[in-house]
Design a binder for this molecule. Structure first.
Ligand code: NI
Length: 155
């Protein structure tokens, strides 16, 4: 395992759409292991492959000590809404309020290519939504209720 460099805002790769994972092989496993180590070394709650410069639809999240890997995740249902402050390892110190579904159901594959469906709420739902957004080139600051504050800090 190795700690990889986290891509920061301003790098155009963060705005690209990630491609589906097709090969559930050693390269993917190494990527996922490295992502976990990178997330832990940065005290993160989640990480998308694009954040280490790999444009593949792979994310990890760790909420309440439960660690999850989701490959090719698709959110198939959303319920309710909730506002909390988020941050992002690619964005720096800024934290801002984002409205997210209170509960989601997501369909994904595990690292071996087996499909599963998972329903999560609150922070688990929030983290998965945040990371899935990364796969489509979206950053939390784009939809942040405190966007003005963010732009003021960064311009
Ligand atoms: Ni993020």
């Amino acid at each position: 395992m190795a700690i990889r460099k986290v891509v920061k805002v301003g790098d155009p790769i963060l705005r690209k759409k990630s491609k589906d994972v097709k090969d559930f092989d050693e390269n993917l496993w190494e990527l996922l292991d490295d992502m976990k180590e990178t997330m832990h070394s940065n005290d993160g709650m989640g990480l998308a492959a694009v954040q280490v410069g790999v444009l593949r639809r792979a994310i990890i999240v760790e909420v309440n000590n439960a660690f999850l890997e989701l490959i090719n995740p698709v959110i198939i249902s959303k319920k309710g809404e909730e506002v909390e402050k988020e941050g992002c390892l690619s964005v720096g110190n800024f934290r801002g309020r984002v409205k997210r579904p209170r509960q989601i159901t997501v369909k994904a594959s595990d690292r071996f290519g087996y499909d599963f469906t998972l329903t999560g709420e609150k922070w688990l739902a929030r983290c998965i939504c945040h990371e899935v957004d990364h796969l489509d080139g979206i950053l939390f600051v784009d939809n942040c209720l405190d966007k003005k504050e963010y732009l003021n800090q960064n311009n």
